[in-house]
Structure formats: structure tokens, C-alpha cells
Design a protein around this ligand. Structure first.
Ligand code: NAD
Length: 258
């Protein structure tokens, strides 16, 4: 029987790309998202390529304990197991610290960190039962290096590394591996594009020049692509990486090297 992946925040952009890429790689996929119609849309595309029995769409709020329990139960009931959970849900709101709104800070901690904790905790119960599994958090280089005007996001993503390492220690005896993927800027993503106005102010340059500034920071001279993330994700979720756990893996074109 093929492996099963649960993608939290799989409804659009990177999450949808990873959901479809894992389905193309042979996984049966549960696509969960706060936005139920996006989850349905992505699941529909997978069903067209691989058949309706290969996919499940779930509307769920990753920061709500009852929703997360329902999401994990639905996936387990549909497919009978969960081999891989990808925590992709994330939010970013940029502001300088002296005017950073408390509600933006709290939302960042909730979605980027608490949601990861809740989803990992609930899915670990299924993986402990199986005595196998892999948990992967989609993190950011902002989880290793502070990010100007991005304190809420960066603090939450730094927290994700501590959680990943602790989960890896708790779950090693159950043959479950845990990693964070530290992405460079996905320059073409709506999330990055939405930050351009604030970044232009931060840098004191026109909006149309911002992308090049971010490209110039990367030794390999390009932004991170969704495909770069999928390539690394598939490796760390595979048996070929079974001797690795608790790692924070840079996918930054050399911009971060530790
Ligand atoms: N875009 C970038 O440049 C960039 C760079 C580094 C890391 N990342 C990380 O990559 C991941 C995906 O980024 P993206 O650009 O595709 O973002 P996106 O905003 O397009 O996608 C995030 C998804 O998470 C979902 N989501 C948000 N809150 C949720 C919740 N409470 N419960 C369930 N689902 C929820 C959204 O509905 C959306 O489908 C995020 O974790 C982000 O931090 C992005």
C-alpha cells in the first residue's frame, strides 16, 4: 500500500505544490487548510491525476485543538495510517518593532508555532502506533537569522527549531524522524510579493527594485523555488534519510550556511 502524507496548509501556493508533488511521487494525500475551498481545489486536481481514492480534502484550523484532532482522525480513518506530516501553514506580517501590533505577534506565534505543536502532537499518536513516520516543518531562514521588521515571524520560526529538536528526541524511540526545512525567499510567492511595499520602505528603494536586492544576497543568485523545497522534502521523508533526525536543513542557495 502506498504511503500517506498529511499536508497542513496545503490549499495554495507552496502547500498545494507539495501536495501535488507528493501525490505524483506515489503518496496518498490529505490536503488540510483553513481555507476549505482551496483544500478542495487542490484535492480535486490530485483526484483528476491519481483518482479520488488517493486524496482527501479537510477544512481545519491548525491552531484549534478540536479541529486538529478531527483532521488527524479523518486522515487516519480514510487511509489507515499517516507516514508523513508536513506543517506548511504560516503567516507573515512585517512591521518595525516600535509599532508591531500585539495581535500580529500573537497570530504569528499561534499559526507558525502553536499550530505546529498541536499537529505534531496529534499526528505523533498515529505514528507511535505504527512505530514509523516523519514530521517536517516548513520553516524559513528567518528561523535561524533575525529578520528586520519581522520580529513576530522570526521569533515563531526560531521556536520551531527548538520544537523540532525536542520532538526528534521524544520520538526517536518510535522510529519517527523530525526536521525543519529552512527556506530562502520564495520570490514569486504571493506571501513574498505581499511584503514588497514594506520591504521597499525598509530599504528606502522603489518596490520594483526589491526583488533584485534579495537575489543579490544569495550566493547561487536566484530565489528559492517550490521545486527546490519538494526535492529536499522527498529526500528527508524517504528511507534514504532514515539515519537523520532533528535537523534544520537550509534551502537558501548558500545564503545561510550553519
Ligand atoms: N513565501 C516565502 O517567501 C517563504 C519563505 C520562507 C518560508 N516560507 C514558509 O513557507 C510556508 C508556505 O508559504 P506560502 O508563501 O506558500 O504561504 P501562503 O500564505 O500562500 O500559504 C499558507 C497556507 O497556510 C494556510 N493557513 C494559514 N493559517 C492556517 C491555519 N491556522 N490553519 C490551517 N491552515 C492555515 C493558508 O490558508 C495557506 O493555504 C509558510 O510556512 C511560510 O512561512 C515562505
Amino acid at each position: 500500500m502506498s504511503k500517506v502524507a498529511l499536508i497542513v496548509g496545503g490549499g495554495q501556493n507552496l502547500g498545494a505544490f507539495l501536495s501535488k508533488g507528493l501525490a505524483d511521487d506515489g503518496y496518498r494525500v490529505a490536503v488540510a487548510d483553513l481555507n476549505g475551498s482551496n483544500a478542495e481545489h487542490t484535492a480535486g486536481e490530485i483526484a483528476e491525476r491519481h483518482g479520488a481514492d488517493h486524496v482527501l480534502a479537510i477544512q481545519a484550523n491548525a491552531t484549534d485543538e478540536a479541529d486538529v484532532r478531527r483532521m488527524v482522525r479523518a486522515t487516519d480513518e480514510q487511509f489507515g495510517r499517516i507516514d508523513l506530516m508536513v506543517y506548511n501553514a504560516g503567516v507573515a506580517q512585517a512591521s518595525k518593532i516600535d509599532v508591531f501590533p500585539l495581535d500580529a505577534w500573537q497570530r504569528s506565534i499561534q499559526v507558525n508555532l502553536t499550530g505546529y505543536f498541536l499537529c505534531a502532537r496529534e499526528v505523533s499518536k498515529v505514528m507511535i502506533r505504527q512505530n514509523s513516520g516523519c514530521i517536517i516543518q516548513i520553516n524559513s531562514k528567518s528561523g535561524k537569522v533575525g529578520s528586520k521588521h519581522n520580529s513576530g515571524y522570526s521569533a515563531a520560526k526560531f521556536g520551531g527549531i527548538g520544537l523540532t529538536q525536542s520532538l526528534a528526541l521524544d520520538l526517536a524511540e518510535h522510529n519517527i524522524t523530525v526536521h525543519s526545512l529552512m527556506l530562502g525567499n520564495l520570490l514569486k510567492s504571493p506571501m513574498f510579493q505581499s511584503l514588497l511595499p514594506q520591504y521597499a520602505i525598509k530599504l528606502g528603494i522603489p518596490e520594483e527594485d526589491v526583488e533584485q536586492v534579495y537575489i543579490d544576497k544569495v550566493p547561487l543568485k536566484r530565489g528559492c523555488d517550490y521545486q527546490d523545497v519538494l526535492n529536499v522534502l522527498k529526500f528527508y521523508a524517504s528511507d534514504a534519510a532514515s539515519y537523520c533526525t532533528g535537523q534544520s536543513i537550509n534551502i537558501t542557495g548558500g545564503q545561510v550556511m550553519f
